[in-house]
Design a protein around this ligand. Structure first.
Ligand code: PGA
Length: 254
């Protein structure tokens, strides 16, 4: 089970980065969620990724974004090829905090394809901004999913991980996450939308993560009842106590 810690811009000192790496290595060792071993992934900001990628090993690294361009003239861009060469395994693409800054569905698609070309595993974020009573949010999700999978080679599509992060649930703290039964339904809906583009069998096997106010209090039920293959966490991954509590809560045996 994947637990991807998105450090966002929270972690801005080397001391704090080092502490989080130490805790992640210690706490996740040999722990499992109902017999499925944890796969902890740390996603530091770019400069810390460069400095600490070797220290993070054998845990995996993710970048918080990737460029859509090939190596060349692109000031400020960080290419998939460079990330791959540095030993990064996963890239988070289309996080709502980037979409809010103008990242479109088509840019998300380009970035996803660029990551796949370089053998990086894309963790592509989707999620509705808010819930409306007419179900418009379902079409919003379907459109995001179409942009990712339409006409994509199935062999490549199978390498994608989807992170479902309803924007209204992100960064809300206790009580802000979605309910596990709601998540279970949304996961079914997401798989149905994906199966409009790739064979149903492959759509059923695609890993789906949940993100949005995951805490020690709600993590276990969200994963178990929500039937997700892991979590994308923000706040709970950047405070070492909260991170330890979360991992312990997930690894309880019931
Ligand atoms: P949160 O963030 O866990 O702080 O709600 C999740 C995310 O943005 O990925």
């Amino acid at each position: 089970m994947l637990i991807v810690s998105n450090w966002k811009a929270y972690v801005d000192t080397e001391k704090r980065a080092e502490e989080l790496i130490r805790v992640a290595k210690r706490i996740t060792k040999k722990r499992s969620f109902q017999n499925t071993l944890f796969v902890p992934v740390l996603a530091p900001p770019f400069p810390l990724l460069g400095v600490y990628r070797k220290r993070i090993s054998p845990l995996s690294c993710a970048s918080q974004d990737v460029s859509n361009i090939a190596p060349g003239s692109g000031t400020g861009e960080v290419t998939a090829r460079l990330l791959r060469a540095l030993g990064v395994s996963y890239v988070i693409i289309g996080h709502s905090e980037r979409r809010k800054n103008g990242e479109t569905d088509s840019l998300v698609r380009e970035k996803t394809q660029r990551a796949l070309e370089e053998n990086l595993i894309p963790i592509v974020c989707i999620g509705e901004n808010f819930r409306d009573e007419h179900g418009q949010y379902l079409s919003e999700l379907r459109t995001q999913i179409r942009a990712i999978f339409e006409d994509l080679d199935v062999r490549l599509a199978k390498k994608i991980i989807i992170a479902y992060e309803p924007v209204w649930a992100i960064g809300k703290g206790a009580g802000g996450a979605m309910q596990p039964d709601d998540l279970e339904e949304m996961v079914l809906y997401i798989r149905k939308c994906i199966s409009e583009h790739i064979p149903e069998r492959s759509a059923l096997q695609l890993p789906i993560l949940y993100g949005g106010s995951v805490l020690a209090e709600n993590a276990f039920l969200l994963v178990k009842q929500g039937r997700v293959q892991g979590l994308l966490i923000g706040r709970s991954g950047v405070e070492s106590d909260a991170y330890q509590e979360l991992v312990k809560a997930l690894s309880k045996t019931s």
